[in-house]
Design a protein around this ligand. Structure first.
Ligand SMILES: Nc1nc2c(c(=O)[nH]1)N[C@H]1C(S)=C(S)[C@@H](COP(=O)(O)O)O[C@H]1N2
Ligand SMILES: [Mo]
Length: 553
């Protein structure tokens, strides 16, 4: 365990650390019925006709070129295991920051199909998405605890590069070497064979196993095919369907998967598919001739020497060790871990996702019935007094490196020209929501104040505080605020911004995640670089919670 100071302990190690899973009853019933009917069919066949005979189907079809396991295959097999385990563990940490999954983009409380929290959303008081986050033991999650989504994303996104590179190389090599024949069902007969194998397993019998060095049994072949050609690509594609830059530029892309939240649910189900596969796969490797199998997998030999097993267990030990190392790096060198991801993704995002110009694509009918609120309502007496007078005395101060520093009342802001947009909001925690925002494009503000040439960055300061206290702020590059759909919003769904949603003014930046959209804006400053503000990471969450400077994903 890590020794946190009191403030961090209160966040990461809260008194309520219960873990509960609730699944919507109809889904449980359908899933249960599917499993039971499979088991029933298998047992009935076994009782009536006995164990089905399994012919040696694929062995003949497999040419010698696809026998054995060459070095590239054994190495990528290991790397895949390494990356996928870290992806699963960090993914679980991310999930627990909003432990509910939906098939609708509104994330309306009560509409989730599964929740990994004992709590229903309370209706009688303000309940923010941050309140809703749950604790996850670091035995299961990387880095685990509560509210570690920033660091969890670092592990998720660093490893996904490894996962994709390994996966692409693996698939190319499958086709180059002819090994793909081992994985691709060669005829419809394979499915009939797979059923026979399944009947064996379901009735607690081991089917006669072909020597895996030369061929797989039919069910095994289909499982491997699914993992390589379905789960892997689906995990990557649904991951991309959660990016605000992608979804607000190409809404059709998220719709391919049934919407942004359905994509998130599919991402989760794919993870379950991987976990289920790994458990069964490892289990069967162990009980169908462990020593010989480990020689196939590790050394590429087909004999009974103990070395494959010894080295293989050492490799598994290495993978487990990587979780421990990731855990300690996360907490003892958080800043370096954050910067490691930035090194990889920041330059890449600048030339890819950050180029996408968001465009509105939603109608009034799409507006979410309830938008999750987030952040701490300001407690300063200054803001309270302004709010009590309906912000009539509010003046937005815009200064710093500008030719024309101004102080504007809400009315003076509004006459700069209000536009309206209906967009989807993406919180880093995982929830989304659609709302109509009315406000003044930041480009109008930029034209009014005329930034000096050396000004590159805009800082938005809030009246509110961050998770660990201290003024909330965030920054944007000037280029990004000049994009359409970057608004200083005064209105939400046709009404003045309410207190909870950021009165009197908030930012909208539709190609990035929610935490960049400062609420309760106090003042705006143009500066050379985010490096000279706060701790220099680009915002309060970037400073304190290791979030990304440029979250297009
Ligand atoms: N001042 C301030 N602004 C903030 C936050 C905050 O904590 N303080 N939270 C951010 C986060 S994480 C999100 S997702 C959005 C939430 O906006 P909403 O409350 O309208 O849903 O506000 C952002 N703006
Ligand atoms: Mo957020």
């Amino acid at each position: 365990m890590i020794a946190f100071d009191a403030a961090h302990k209160a966040v990461h190690y809260p008194p309520d650390r219960r873990f509960r899973i609730w699944v919507r009853p109809p889904i449980l019933i359908v899933a249960g019925a599917a499993i039971l009917s499979f088991l029933a069919a298998a047992w009935i066949e076994f009782a009536v006709a006995g164990l089905p005979h399994i012919a040696a189907l694929q062995t003949a079809a497999n040419p010698a070129s696809s026998h054995g396991f060459p070095l590239w295959l054994r190495l990528t097999h290991f790397l895949n295991f390494f990356f996928v385990m870290l992806l699963i563990r960090s993914g679980l940490s991310i999930l627990m920051d909003h432990p509910r999954l939906y098939f609708n983009d509104h994330c309306t409380p009560g509409s989730e199909w599964i929740r990994l929290t004992p709590l229903k959303v309370p209706r009688d008081r303000l309940w923010t998405a941050k309140d809703d986050a749950r604790y996850l033991t670091p035995l299961v999650g990387t880095p685990g605890y509560r509210h570690s989504v920033g660091l969890a994303r670092v592990w998720h996104f660093i490893n996904v590069h490894g996962f994709i590179i390994t996966g692409v190389f693996f698939v190319i090599m499958l086709f180059v070497t002819g090994q793909w024949r081992r994985l691709a069902p060669a005829s419809p007969e394979v499915f009939g064979q797979a059923w026979k194998v399944a009947v064996h397993y379901a009735t607690f019998h081991l089917p006669p196993e072909p020597n895996g060095f030369y061929a797989y049994n039919a069910l095994q072949q289909i499982a491997y095919f699914l993992v390589v050609f379905v789960f892997g690509p689906l995990a990557i594609l649904t991951g991309l369907a959660m990016s605000p830059a992608v979804v607000n530029r190409f809404p059709w892309y998220a719709r391919l998967f049934g919407g942004r939240q359905t994509a998130r649910s599919l991402h989760f189900l794919t993870m379950l598919g991987f976990v289920g596969f790994i458990v069964v796969h490892v289990g069967l490797v162990a009980i169908t001739g462990f020593v010989r199998n480990m020689n196939h997998i590790v050394l590429g030999t087909d004999d009974l020497s103990p070395w494959g097993m010894v080295l293989g267990l050492a490799a598994i030990g290495l993978v487990v060790l990587s979780w421990v190392v990731a855990h300690y790096l996360s907490w003892l060198h958080s800043r370096q871990v954050q910067h490691a991801l930035k090194l990889v993704t920041y330059p890449m995002e600048l030339i890819t996702l950050n180029r996408l110009i968001p465009r509105k694509d939603y109608t009034r009918d799409d507006i979410s019935p309830r938008f999750w609120p987030n952040g701490k309502l300001p407690t300063s007496s200054e803001w309270r007094q302004l709010a009590d007078h309906d912000f009539r005395d509010y003046r937005l101060k815009i200064g710093g490196l500008v030719e024309n520093a101004v102080e504007l009342s809400l009315a003076e802001i509004a006459i700069l020209g209000e536009t309206v947009q209906i967009t989807m909001h993406h919180c880093i925690q995982g929830w989304s929501g659609i709302a109509e925002w009315g406000g003044v494009p930041m480009s109008a503000i930029v034209s009014l104040v005329r930034p000096k040439p050396e000004a590159r960055t805009v800082v938005f300061y809030s009246f509110g505080e961050g998770l660990y206290g201290g003024a909330y702020y965030d920054t944007q590059s000037i280029e990004n605020v000049l994009k359409p759909e970057c608004l200083l919003a005064l209105h939400m769904n046709g009404e003045s911004l309410s207190e909870v949603y950021g009165a009197p003014l908030r930012l909208r930046v539709e190609n990035q995640l929610g935490y960049k959209m400062v609420k309760w804006i106090e003042r705006i400053e143009f500066v050379v670089s985010e490096k000279n503000v706060g701790q220099g990471e680009g915002g309060k969450n970037e400073d304190d919670e290791y979030f990304d400077l440029l979250p297009n994903i």
